[in-house]
Design a protein around this ligand. Sequence first.
Ligand SMILES: [Fe+2]
Ligand SMILES: [Fe+2]
Length: 358
Amino acid sequence: MTAAQAIATREDAADKAREKTLLSPRFYTTDFKAMDALDVSSIRAEWDTMMAEYEGDNNHDHFQRDAGFADEVAANFSQVSPELRAEFLDFLVSSLTSEFSGCILYNEIQKNIENPDIKALMRFMARDESRHAGFINQSLKDFGLGIDLGDLKRTKHYTFFKPKYIFYATYLSEKIGYARYITIFRQLERHPDKRFHPIFRWFERWCNDEFRHGESFALLMRAQPHLLRGANLLWVRFFLLAVYATMYVRDHTRPMLKQAMGLDATRYDYEVFRITNEISQQVFPVSLDIDHPGFRAGMERLFALQLELNAARQQGGVMGALRQGWCAVRGVATFARIYLLPVKRHALPEQVRLAPAW
Ligand SMILES: [Fe+2]
Ligand SMILES: [Fe+2]
């Protein structure tokens, strides 16, 4: 069963982007005053190196289509099944929503602060995310499904997160975004016959942007060491699990996308978790034990509950509502059980920065 509901019109695409479920990408806003007060002097050398990279802008000409793009869409994508097409369109809309979410957040921060370090960083990251969102939107436009980003910005719900949560959540979404894109890119590099749409050819240089965005948040957190110790580690664990579980459930509701690339959704997700666990040790002194049998069983259970929830939603009425409530209760209990599993602990490295070497 696939939960990807067929996106057939521009209105469907816009509704999908605006969707407000637990699994849909969100838009965020935060405390700009607190962002303005950040101080990067303790990590100045690494910060300046990173800012020089942004300045150099090695991807300034990357997000343009080449001559072969349209031919490849015509030759390869016209062959795919309606189910794969539906999952791919769902993937494009949710990826566009995530990219644009970063664009809006970074742009709002830079507009509302004076701090020159943070302002410059946010401006560079908004620049990158705007290119990413625009590039995906071009592919949606090929199908007549382009999203009006101005309208989405005005009409989608915003979640307020205080800066601490923005750091944990955004760091992880940037790094997991890198891990997702590079794993797909490497797979299709090995099996070019499985590249059913040309957009995947752009993923390598694209995900280096996401990697660098993650580096920026890593440095910002290392500049505030209290975020990475004591009771705050309970939040780190919470965000790690929330991000992993959301990805697992979302990917498993569109399994064909991975199958078409010759990947199995479970194997793909664990590869992405493994890479994200490795990277995140630059900043988090704890990581989830993804090989623990309780972790694996818990992920499967969350996915099964999501399928039950989808069925209850379709059923509607009082019984449907009761079943939805029951699914939610068991979902929370399952999440809590995984949360309480033992975690792995590490010392933080002296040097924060990593290279995108996966
Ligand atoms: Fe991006
Ligand atoms: Fe990013």
